[in-house]
Design a protein around this ligand. Structure first.
Ligand SMILES: [Zn+2]
Length: 312
């Protein structure tokens, strides 16, 4: 667990929160619901848990209160957040922000990044998955593994072993975009063997779920439309990612005046920052690690966060 101090705000990042061991995917990397409950009780006792409005007020005044505080953020719109997180937080009168990628809610697709999680969950033998990837790159790209510039991939990670990182990097951003999607899809079908629309309905919240969260005072923020790496797309495409997600939230009536954005994969560039101003976004979140203090509070379009595991 990290050391915390007064006059600091800690934004906490959550992904999967479920009864993992009892589920159909017991090896999924995520937070056990019982550990989540413990963590929230710990925050309740030792921190002030901020609502989105309270956090926006702090940003306006640019003064951080003495008592250390946390803001809870849930990425990727998982059904977990509706089934487990929402009732528990509601019961304890605690606020939180949710960042669903609009495409998953609207089009019943499954993000490549999530397909990769479930491929890794199902097949423990990493070598086998890598061989699968190389088989399809040979088939579709007509390339052998030694032509894939594997030595250029950064294998450092806070969470995974090297082979797992290699699989993730290859499938998330190293292989050319079009083939990557096709290869992930093939391997997902081979290994996880689930139908995409049905799997999507189980994995993500529905429109109704989001509306219920909103009606109960929770905040919905933008996590883009397609969950792309924003650094890798141009300004026009970035703008589409933001505007399409905002328009959808407007349409289903879950948008308030204090809009925040959570960059998919924490990825952004100078063009993103200009768009944040254009769309009057109040603040934006990265996946960089850190807290918020007097020094970086003005840097409100690049706030760092802590992973839930940093507090366990
Ligand atoms: Zn995400």
């Amino acid at each position: 667990m990290i050391k915390t101090s007064n006059n600091q705000i800690y934004i906490i990042m959550y992904h999967y929160v479920r009864k993992i061991k009892k589920s159909d995917y017991p090896n999924l990397k995520g937070l056990e619901f019982s550990d989540f409950k413990k963590q929230i009780k710990f925050f309740k006792k030792n921190f002030q848990i901020l609502s989105n409005i309270e956090f926006v007020e702090i940003l306006k005044k640019k003064t951080i209160q003495k008592k250390k505080s946390v803001l809870l953020t849930f990425d990727d719109g998982y059904k977990d957040h509706y089934e487990y997180v929402f009732p528990f937080l509601k019961k304890n009168k605690i606020s939180a922000n949710f960042y669903p990628p609009t495409m998953c809610i609207k089009n019943k697709k499954v993000l490549d990044v999530n397909k990769i999680h479930f491929i890794l969950e199902k097949e423990k033998n990493r070598e086998k998955i890598l061989n699968n990837i190389f088989f399809y790159t040979k088939k579709f790209l007509k390339k052998d593994p030694d032509q894939l510039r594997l030595n250029q991939i950064n294998l450092k990670s806070r969470y995974d072993n090297k082979k797992t990182v290699l699989i993730k990097r290859l499938l998330q951003n190293h292989l050319p975009f079009y083939f990557r999607e096709k290869i992930v899809d093939k391997i997902f079908k081979d290994i996880v063997n689930e139908e995409e629309v049905e799997f999507s309905k189980k994995l993500y919240m529905s429109k109704k779920n989001l509306q219920e969260l909103y009606k109960n005072g929770f905040t919905i923020g933008s996590h883009g439309y397609n969950h792309f790496w924003w650094e890798k797309i141009n300004k026009i495409e970035q703008e589409k990612e933001i505007s399409k997600s905002i328009n959808y939230f407007k349409k289903i009536k879950v948008l308030d005046n204090n809009l925040s954005v959570c960059y998919p994969y924490g990825s952004f560039n100078s063009q993103t920052l200009a768009l944040m101003k254009k769309y009057k976004v109040k603040y934006a979140l990265t996946t960089r690690t850190g807290g918020i203090d007097r020094k970086n509070i003005k840097n409100n379009f690049a706030f760092p966060r802590f992973d839930t595991n940093d507090f366990i």
